[in-house]
Write a protein that binds this ligand. Structure first.
Ligand SMILES: [Zn+2]
Ligand SMILES: [Zn+2]
Length: 321
């Protein structure tokens, strides 16, 4: 007889899985055999995140909350681009074990899952960019799937630890990756607590704990998520191609602004080993400026440059738009 899982059981497992990303890992089917489809369990965190933004109509606007949300967008985007991407995924510089953990925590608060899952998924993108195997190619599966659909599929949920063996030897990173909702929950509680302190100590600001929480958790994190996801979707569609890469990656100034430099995506696909993605002074790369400051402070070192031959090779003149 075909055994269908009981709804209650499915709910318990979904909750368990949302706390422990490796829950029942050994018994799950091979992810490569799973279909590419939206799984409702995986849409739940995103529905909650987006639905929470609607609470701004209940808590209202406040300039302190909006400024805090913006500030938290910028520093967490820096943790994603500078560390999740340029450090964990591509190892373009070196740092200490303490610094890699602290920036992994900051990146993890963005609700973009753990650093090992993020790096393994991204390495796979570079190996199969815009090919059939690419998990998020707008050319293969359309814009919506490449932007957010792929995140809702169980097929793309497990972390292939064998693809990130250089990172999985750090138990603290594996812990963050496995219990990837811990930091976002703590982040949310911390924001609520800050709102409480502001209300009590600085009543003239007119901030309430719920209002501070809604803006810094729901709104800031949702914008941060879509900003990052635009690199998978729009940065393979919209912009110029100074480099003739085997994929459809593009350079785009506007995407670089909202992602602190990640919009120079065609540069990055041509030479992902460099710390900077804006290869020229006029290709604004705020993450790189931040990383340079960290290197001057001795927090990171051995930033990898762009070879002269690669710089010479690029040309905007004959670029497709
Ligand atoms: Zn790409
Ligand atoms: Zn990359």
């Amino acid at each position: 007889m075909d055994k269908k899982p009981h709804f209650g059981m499915l709910l318990v497992e979904t909750l368990a899985q949302s706390l422990d990303a490796d829950f029942k890992r050994e018994t799950l089917p091979d992810p490569s055999r799973l279909p590419e489809k939206v799984d409702w369990q995986r849409t739940l965190p995103f529905l909650l995140l987006h639905g929470g933004c609607l609470a701004v109509f209940w808590v209202g606007m406040n300039s302190t909350c909006i400024l805090a949300a913006f500030f938290l967008y910028v520093i967490r985007m820096f943790a994603i681009t500078g560390f999740y991407h340029r450090y964990f995924s591509h190892r373009t510089f070196k740092t200490s074990r303490v610094a890699q953990f602290l920036f992994a925590v900051l990146g993890n608060s963005s609700m973009q899952r753990g650093p090992l899952w993020w790096a393994a998924t991204h390495r796979h993108h570079h190996t199969h960019s815009d090919e059939e195997e690419d998990k998020h190619s707008p050319l293969q599966q359309g814009f919506i799937w490449s932007h957010i659909g792929w995140l809702t599929s169980m097929k793309n949920f497990p972390t292939p630890y064998n693809k990130v063996s250089d990172l999985s030897r750090y138990p603290e990173l594996v812990f963050l990756n496995r219990y990837d909702k811990t930091i976002p929950i703590l982040y949310g509680l911390f924001m609520f607590a800050i709102g409480y302190v502001l209300e009590k100590k600085f009543p003239s600001l007119g901030v309430t704990p719920a209002q501070f929480f809604v803006w810094t958790f729901f709104v800031s994190t949702t914008f941060l998520l879509h900003g990052t996801l635009f690199i998978n979707s729009l940065a393979h569609l919209w912009g110029k191609q100074p480099y003739q890469t085997s994929d459809d990656s593009r350079n785009n100034f506007w995407l670089s602004l909202i992602t602190l430099g990640e919009g120079w995506h065609n540069n990055h696909h041509r030479y992902p080993h460099a710390t900077r993605q804006g290869f020229h002074w006029w290709e604004v790369d705020i993450t790189y400026y931040g990383l340079k400051i960290l290197s001057l402070l001795g927090i990171i070192w051995e930033l990898r440059p762009v070879p002269y031959a690669i710089l010479k090779e690029g040309s905007y003149k004959n670029s497709a738009v």
